[in-house]
Write a protein that binds this ligand. Structure first.
Ligand code: BGP
Length: 475
């Protein structure tokens, strides 16, 4: 059977350093943002603390000990047939405080070894430069990306690793899910993305959009420098895509939905077109936000447009302008979509939304798309026999891959690869739990950090292996 996926289609899996490496203070690593966050749960939010609090559990300190077990894990990825593997570099392994002039050699060496191990199996490393891992020192001393100085710190770090790995890594992304901090009422997102701790009296929106401007400038500078280091580099942005549907054909629902979608385009427009959208400056004015730009910033943005768009896709949302029944509301004007099922964590499962998103992005930017996260977080049961029968995960991924296939085959969208999130069980970012699992590989560890850390193949392991082997023809 001929495949809709090109012969070089990049099948793989994705993770982030802080969610699996552990070794949070080994070999010179500094404390990162993720290291100061406690474990939460379904109903308890993660806390942002000032370090190690007595009696609190910090799940990212140990992760799943990928730091010492990466060879074993990469062998399993290779067995599944991975063509690529997305991880991040933990910024604070390289620059422990973030403002040093010289990098930490032990940190650099770790990623040299990790990339060599991947390349041994012809697995292409796909690297995120900043995945919620800013050195915590930059938050405390400088205020994170509120402070323009962090642009230079980030550029120095990015340039250091791009030079070091220029012959090992071809695909890079700058800031993970740069747009999810549009939700500035939740402290965790601005903290993780931009290192922002809010103070009394802050105009939160202004603080966030100012920091975002700094990140966009930093990203554009890195794209330009990266291409100078190696013209073959493919450097992308990374967008959290939660497409929104108007709840009804009431024009007010449609217009509100359009406005909400701009909270995604705001970032992608700058990354991809090299300038803020026409609505952005009007928006700042309308809301009375004073966003400071320096002379030359607009030129930098223009010169640093990305080569591809990395995106995460888990769910869609629905928007209603006039709310009658408060019980329907998940968050602000976000309404539960009656046509769609939810996961245990209330995420609305919508495979068609993936095809819709891919079309929206491709029509708007005409840039190659890379699905760098998609997946199903669920509680898995390990049977007496050791088996984990995660057919619900297979179902989720299968239905999404079918829609991806349609986007390529029927709509002509250029998608270069697909990487399910958390290909090995790891710490959930949102809740800090271990029990919200995404992997093809089960890791024996619980929410309190107990367990042997042994790895087991789930049912989905063999399924994904045949998907890759058949280049997506057997699902
Ligand atoms: C994205 C992040 C990931 C990841 C994923 C799943 O927002 O980029 O780091 O964790 O979502 O979310 P969660 O872990 O909260 O289930």
């Amino acid at each position: 059977m001929s495949s809709s996926f090109g012969k070089d289609f990049l099948w793989g899996g994705a993770v982030a350093a802080h969610q699996l490496e552990g070794a949070w203070n080994k070999e010179g690593k500094g404390i990162s943002i993720a290291d100061v966050m406690t474990a939460g749960s379904h109903d308890i939010r993660r806390e942002i603390t000032d370090g190690v609090l007595e009696g609190k559990y910090y799940p990212n300190h140990t992760g799943i000990d990928f730091y010492s077990r990466y060879k074993e894990d990469i062998a399993l990825f290779a067995e599944m047939g991975f063509k690529c593997f997305r991880t991040s570099i933990a910024w604070s392994r390289i620059f422990p405080n973030g403002d040093e002039l010289e990098p930490n050699e032990a940190g650099l060496k770790f990623y040299d070894d990790l990339f060599d191990e991947l390349l041994k199996y012809q697995i292409e490393p796909i690297i995120t430069l900043s995945h919620f891992e800013m050195p915590y020192y930059l938050v405390k001393e400088y205020g994170g990306f509120r402070n323009r100085k962090c642009i230079d710190f980030f550029v120095r770090y990015a340039e250091t690793v791009m030079r070091r790995y220029k012959d090992k890594v071809k695909y890079w992304m700058t800031f993970n899910e740069i747009n999810n901090q549009a939700d500035f009422e939740e402290d965790i997102f601005p903290f993780c993305n931009s290192g922002i701790l809010f103070h009394e009296g802050d105009n939160r929106e202004e603080v966030v959009y100012q920091a975002v401007h700094h990140e966009l400038v930093a990203s554009a500078r890195v794209v330009k420098i990266g291409h100078q280091i190696n013209p073959n580099f493919k450097i992308g942005c990374m967008m959290a895509m939660v497409p929104l549907y108007p709840y009804s054909c009431n024009p007010d629902d449609v217009m509100l939905c359009e406005e909400e979608m701009r909270k995604r385009w705001y970032y992608a427009d700058v990354h991809c077109r090299g300038a803020y959208g026409n609505y952005a400056k009007k928006w700042w004015k309308r809301k009375g936000l004073n966003i400071v730009m320096e002379p030359g910033d607009e030129q930098i943005l223009k010169e640093g447009t990305v080569d591809f768009i990395g995106l995460s896709y888990y769910m869609s949302g629905a928007i209603k302008a006039h709310l009658e029944n408060k019980g329907d509301v998940a968050f602000k004007n976000f309404i539960k979509n009656p046509y769609i099922q939810e996961s245990d964590w209330g995420w609305q499962i919508d495979p068609v939304g993936l095809r819709y998103t891919l079309n929206l992005l491709y029509d708007r930017y005409q840039l190659p798309l890379f699905i760098v996260e998609n997946g199903f977080g669920a509680v898995d049961q390990q049977l007496e026999s050791g088996e984990i029968r995660d057919d619900y995960r297979i179902e989720y991924l299968k239905t999404h891959i079918r829609e991806l296939q349609k986007a390529i085959e029927l709509d002509g969208v250029d998608v270069i690869g697909y990487m399910p999130w958390g290909c090995i069980d790891l710490i959930s970012f949102g809740t800090g739990e271990m029990k919200k699992r995404y992997g093809f590989i089960y890791v024996d560890r619980d929410n309190e950090g107990n367990g042997t850390l042994a790895r087991y193949k789930k049912l989905s392991f063999n399924w994904y292996q045949q998907v890759i082997k058949s280049n997506g023809t057997v699902l």
